[in-house]
Ligand binder design. Structure first.
Ligand SMILES: Cc1cc2nc3c(=O)[nH]c(=O)nc-3n(C[C@H](O)[C@H](O)[C@H](O)COP(=O)(O)OP(=O)(O)OC[C@H]3O[C@@H](n4cnc5c(N)ncnc54)[C@H](O)[C@@H]3O)c2cc1C
Length: 382
């Protein structure tokens, strides 16, 4: 067993770190407080080969592994936490499911614009009455000749105020086998995007409404029976949330460590107080142990999709570690940590959201328990 990166991974990490320091260090604070998607960063990253890292070169990607994409998140977030969202969008988000299952015609239409950072894609899965119980979704797609007619609504979709295309989970018919997904373009008649609302993290989302919205049959991504494949693709998105949770926790940890080395109280640097030393030791243990689970899930996936169980374990551990460490970092930095002059409070707010998004930690623990007992526990009332 080897716990170190390969030489190639070390070189890649160094290259991405250098890119981040040269292009993303300036403006990192401002970017964190700007709710708009940073298209300028996306276009820079596209030129640097940081979008589509795991996609085949024949499709405009880099032919890399999921671990490479995790390394990119870590290196970028260490310099500019907000820019890690762009790595997420270009490698882990709905783009990955789209690249995995899209038809050649769909990919030739949208993939190059996505990989160039010219447009962004949003995922419409959650509905007002279907959150954790995602299979309760009601948004329907009914065949009508060469078209499908979509009706329903979605909430909380990341990037929805600016996205050009939307990957929408729909119901073609009853039951689990009735679920699939379609691609809907902004501006399609019958598709309305509401006024943006704001999460605690500062990100914005808009309600999506479909009222007899007609889309061509070619826009079906996964037809009836596609739900399992969809969730397999969604595990990549989860792993991106996992990696960002940990990376932002580490950013806050580093900031607090640097602060504790220089900030003096009672005539001594903070790092000399045992009450704070033990906080740092606990934070280091949380980060290091969660990181191994993240790397295991990514390395075992290689160029494919990660296992549901390893993703659930890694996401739960990294979500908790990221938030707990960022929260302790705020405490260690006192009022300065609680202020918007540093990115530590931002890391705390962002990591909080990932405990809910992409499969809440409670739902993931349900899945882990099923693995432990090798039994399915139906959450529904019988
Ligand atoms: C920052 C952020 C970004 C998001 N981005 C997107 C996006 O891009 N696209 C999208 O479609 N959605 C997105 N979401 C929505 C997200 O997927 C849902 O918030 C999530 O699935 C939980 O649904 P809910 O908020 O309706 O909570 P509910 O399902 O109502 O759950 C409420 C609470 O009850 C707990 N709970 C529910 N059922 C159980 C159970 N059986 N056992 C134990 N606990 C349970 C939950 O864990 C949670 O703590 C985002 C959310 C956040 C916070």
């Amino acid at each position: 067993m080897n716990f170190d990166f390969t030489d190639q991974q070390k070189i890649f990490a160094e290259q991405v770190g250098r890119f981040a320091r040269e292009h993303l260090a300036d403006g990192a604070l401002k970017r964190a407080h700007d709710s708009r998607f940073p298209f300028d960063v996306a276009q820079l990253m596209a030129k640097q080969g940081l979008l589509g890292i795991t996609l085949p070169e024949s499709e405009g990607g880099q032919g890399g592994t999921l671990t490479d994409a995790v390394i990119a998140i870590e290196q970028v977030a260490a310099v500019c936490p907000r820019s890690a969202d762009v790595v997420q969008f270009g490698n882990f988000g709905p783009i990955r499911t789209f690249a995995e299952y899209g038809t050649p015609a769909q990919k030739s239409r949208w993939l190059s614009d996505l990989l160039a950072g010219r447009i962004v894609m949003s995922l419409g899965m959650t509905e007002p009455d279907a959150g954790s119980a995602v299979t309760d979704l009601r948004t329907s797609a009914q065949a009508d000749g060469a078209q499908y007619v979509v009706n329903g609504s979605k909430v909380f979709s990341t990037f929805s105020p600016e996205a050009q295309i939307f990957l929408i989970y729909v119901r073609f018919g009853p039951g689990l086998d009735g679920i699939g997904s379609v691609i809907v373009e902004r501006g399609t008649p019958g598709f309305a995007i509401g006024q943006p609302s704001t999460f605690m993290s500062g990100e914005e989302w808009s309600e999506l409404h479909f009222a007899d919205c007609r889309i061509p049959a070619e826009n079906v991504l996964l037809g009836p029976g596609g739900f399992k494949k969809q969730m397999a693709g969604f595990n990549v998105e989860r792993l991106g949330n996992t990696a960002r949770s940990l990376a932002l926790g580490r950013y806050a940890f580093n900031a607090a460590r640097d602060y504790a080395l220089t900030r003096q109280q009672f005539g001594r640097p903070l790092c000399e107080f045992q009450g704070l030393q033990w906080k740092f030791a606990d934070m280091a243990i949380k980060l290091e142990s969660a990181q191994l689970l993240l790397y295991r899930a990514a390395a075992n996936a290689d160029r494919g999709l990660p296992s549901a169980y390893e993703t659930a374990v890694a996401k739960t551990a990294c979500n908790q570690a990221g938030f707990e460490v960022a929260s302790e970092a705020v405490q260690i930095m006192g009022a300065l940590g609680f202020s918007r002059e540093t990115l530590v409070e931002y890391c705390m707010r962002r990591t909080r959201g990932w405990m809910i998004a992409g499969g809440s930690i409670e739902m993931l623990k349900n899945r882990i328990a099923e693995h432990v007992f090798d039994r399915r526990f139906d959450q529904r009332k019988r």
